[in-house]
Design a protein around this ligand. Structure first.
Ligand code: GLC
Length: 567
């Protein structure tokens, strides 16, 4: 029988951490080096986080002003989505200058201030890097357009002659991830239609040709530039991309390759050569660590079908971590959760890395709406329970801005306000991402909810619905039963309880609806995926629960943690 044994500091609701332990702000509880191994990182979508200058768009100074809020929440660090010079066709994932800040977000001085402030607060700072493609306004691509077929300028990208009598058909049948063909034909200097170039996302995002050594050299320069600015790591966009099959052959099933991240085009992604890039980048990070003793992090968006394939990206000399996306697509189903958690822990930890859990990000429908299914009332309870489960798992976790406010997806934006290129390329709302990128509600009862000051000249770049009033940071901070306090308290417990230092989990058998696991010898986490109450796996009161949880009972759509002593 398991009985509850509450550590003193954890028993008090929302208690401040024990002074000795609170000093461990960004230090891993796990043995060995690497603050990132069990870190909880907060993802900031800069455009939608906080607008300091009233132009309706978030910026770096806005992020800096809000750092104390993140410190109070208790995260270990921040990941910033791209803020580099960009025409914003894909909101910064189309970069025209990798080593400069887009004026809409500030400048390098703002960035330096942000670095200093993060350092002061003990928060790690991770920035996005986008090596698979650039903007069609990037000087290299402009030079390639002006140069002749076969030139060194074109060799930095994938230019190829078309098929058909007059080259009027694309070089192969690949589809872009965001819809439509993956090739666009250019007009040559003589004014005639000419070669085609490859872009796996939008027309405005030409893919680099990584078989050209100039690309690797350029990215090593970019990496060093940001390391010299003081960043603690990089989130790597499309980390399974970069290399394409050298012969660019036709895909066997091009329609399946479009926007289906779980069945990516095997000719365009996950080519074996990509691993040499991650080895080189790891070596650069190690050089910096050898110089100043500070660990750097490479965390990849490596969307490959199985955890076993993902494990190849986090071998000891490659990326430190790769996002584990299977919970982003998981239905609200006990067996499904158990299976994917099992596979991830087994395959990823076998490499010596840790699993990097994520329930929400800037590309996915928010959990409050995603888990609702046909019952919108169930959404928030399930999202809170899933969060408590994620934070109980061994490894690192990423929280996407607004997750801690319990924000739902916004699904009723009028067509004319939708900015996502997926919508414009496909004409369909399926998979569009504006709804999870609505500017953050901070305070007050009406838009802009403190995102920009009330007398700001411009409206937020995407409209905030009036019902965001119920989710402002001001409101949730004042309500101790809110998502915010659940996250904060769970983060505090993670930091203070030695059980979180254990790598392994063991499953407890608690019937068909309840997923229950133990961490180490003294922590149980259980989630009730069913529709009715279930017996709690532990007799005493929980340390923390995602909803009202009477002793001995685990209500439907509720998760709880218990500190235990086994007898
Ligand atoms: C990644 C990003 C996404 C972006 C795409 C193209 O999947 O997360 O937001 O649109 O790459 O860069």
């Amino acid at each position: 029988m398991i009985t509850s044994a509450l550590p003193d500091e954890a028993a008090r609701p929302f208690a401040e951490p024990h002074p000795d332990r609170s000093a461990r702000t960004t230090t891993s509880l796990l043995p060995g080096k690497g603050w990132w191994r069990d870190a909880v990182i907060y993802q900031v979508y800069v455009r939608s986080f906080s607008d300091s200058n009233g132009d309706g768009i978030g910026d770096l100074a806005g992020v800096r002003e809000r750092l104390p809020y993140l410190k109070r929440l208790g995260v270990d660090g921040v990941w910033l989505n791209p803020f580099y010079v960009s025409p914003q066709h894909d909101h910064g994932y189309d970069i025209a200058d990798h080593c400069a800040v887009d004026p809409v977000y500030g400048d390098l001085e703002d960035f330096a201030r942000l670095v200093d402030e993060c350092r002061l607060l003990g928060l790690k700072l991770v920035v996005d890097t986008v090596p698979n493609h650039c903007s069609s306004r990037h000087p290299w691509f402009q030079q390639a357009l002006a140069a002749a077929p076969g030139s060194p300028e074109r060799a930095r990208f994938h230019f190829a002659d078309g098929r058909g009598e007059a080259g009027e058909l694309p070089p192969n049948n690949w589809r872009a991830m965001f819809g439509g063909p993956a090739w666009t034909r250019v007009v040559e200097a003589d004014g005639n239609p000419g070669q085609w170039y490859l872009h796996m996302f939008t027309t405005e995002q030409p893919d680099f040709n990584w078989r050209n050594p100039a690309i690797a050299e350029e990215f090593e320069r970019i990496l060093r530039f940001w390391l010299d600015q003081g960043v603690d790591g990089f989130r790597i966009d499309v980390a399974a991309g970069l290399f394409k099959h050298p012969l660019l052959p036709d895909s066997a099933d091009p329609e399946a390759d479009e926007r289906t991240r779980d069945s990516v085009n095997p000719l365009a992604w996950n080519q074996p050569e990509v691993h040499q890039v991650w080895r080189a980048w790891r070596a650069i990070c190690e050089q910096y660590t050898a110089r100043d003793g500070r660990d750097r992090l490479l965390v990849g968006e490596a969307s490959v079908p199985t955890p076993a394939q993902q494990a190849e990206y986090v071998r000891p000399d490659e990326l430190h971590q790769a996002f584990f996306f299977h919970l982003l697509h998981a239905p609200w189903d006990r067996e499904h959760f158990q299976r994917v958690i099992d596979e991830a822990v087994r395959d990823i930890t076998a490499t010596g890395s840790t699993v990097t859990w994520v329930l929400n990000n800037h590309d996915q429908v928010r959990t409050v709406s995603r888990f609702a299914g046909t019952d919108p009332v169930a959404g928030p309870a399930r999202a809170a329970a899933a969060a408590l489960l994620m934070l109980a798992l061994p490894g690192a976790a990423y929280i996407y801005q607004g997750e801690e406010l319990g924000l739902p997806e916004v699904t009723d934006l009028p067509d004319e306000l939708i900015t996502d290129p997926i919508f414009h390329r496909t004409g369909s709302r399926t998979g569009i991402r504006d709804g999870c990128r609505i500017p953050m509600p901070w305070s007050g009862g009406h838009a802009p909810f403190g995102f920009s000051s009330d007398d700001a000249p411009a409206r937020p770049w995407l409209p905030q619905p009036e019902h965001f009033a119920a989710h402002t940071a001001e409101r949730v901070l004042a309500d101790t039963g809110s998502f915010w306090h659940l996250y904060r308290e769970a983060l505090q417990l993670r930091r203070t309880m030695p059980q979180f230092g254990e790598h392994s989990i063991k499953w407890l058998d608690c019937g068909p609806d309840v997923l229950a696991l133990t961490r180490g010898d003294g922590l149980v986490c259980a989630v009730n995926f069913g529709v009715g109450p279930a017996p709690a796996p532990v007799a005493g009161a929980p340390l923390i629960a995602s909803g009202p949880c009477p002793p001995g009972v685990l209500p439907a759509a509720t998760a709880a943690w218990w500190a235990t002593a086994t007898s």
